[in-house]
Design a binder for this molecule. Sequence first.
Ligand code: COA
Length: 325
Amino acid sequence: MGSKIIGLGMFAPPKTLTNDELEKLVDTNDEWITTRTGIRERHIAPPGTANSDLCLEASRRALADAGIDASDLDIVIVGTVTPDMPLPATACFLQMKLGAGRAFALDLNAACSGFMYSLSVADALIRAGRGRKALVVGAEMLSSITDYTDRSTCILFGDGAGAAVLSECDNGDGVLSCHLHSDGSLWELIRCTGGGTVNPYGPETVQNRLNFIRMAGNETFKHAVTRMVEVSHEALSRNGVTIDDVDLFVPHQANMRIISAVGKRLGVPDEKVFVNLERYGNTSAASIPIALAEAREQGRLSSGDLLLMVAFGGGLTWGSALVRM
Ligand code: COA
């Protein structure tokens, strides 16, 4: 018994933050941001929004797409680094708001690889017989941990959510394999160090601005390219296919230059690479499921297609999945 994707949905808050608007906040400009990253705007949730509100919209759409009810779900997983609060899990809020009373719910923190990790865990739980239907969400409100005085990071991040419904499948299609890796020795490259047990919340945490994401952009960039290429090859060789067999390549939407470098090294033609980061920026765990929902809507992901997804993020974490839609 394996699992297959039977529904997709996404949601991004309507308000956008454009490069022109960022020019008024920090010393930057549209030309620098577009050439270095490919990003033109990102969506920002209004005050009073909880991450689980974004999850809820995306999940409702995915459930409608799948044609099932929330009460049919056995498992709810939310991949995120920006939970509603430290306790309880955002997935529990989502379970309550959806009315998925039968499901057990958990959060998973693998930063920008959050959807790859969540998909892999859900697939493994279904294979192990722990449930038949799973809701897998990647959702972030990165605006809540972005320092809008730091030009090297505030230009990158946005808010949004994407969701996939997984159902058991016994014909060998669906999720063919998932591949996950981590390297905690490189944790400092992407970090938000305030608010945990090491630096609990308090005046000093806020004074030292530890509640914001910090990133060593240049070094992160190099690791991202190498690891995403490696783990893509791992998925292809495990399944005895080549990149030519792949119908759609959906990489984590972090930076256009990373996507181009990975695509070039893998030998994927541009028309098979899905890119929407110009409109969303880097939405971390949400980037791949948002891309999947949009690809489907645009008719670029059809039944029978071979889909290769790959992500990289803080931790460090990285992973890939090969899926027959
Ligand atoms: N506007 C204008 N100038 C900026 C700027 C901005 N928003 N941000 C940085 N700069 C400046 C730097 O201060 C530096 O100036 P200096 O040469 O006078 O010191 C110069 O631009 C080059 O900075 P650098 O950090 O080397 O730029 P870069 O080409 O590496 O691009 C990133 C920076 C962040 C866009 C890039 O490193 C990146 O995308 N890295 C990967 C990040 C990522 O995707 N992380 C998530 C992975 S999940």
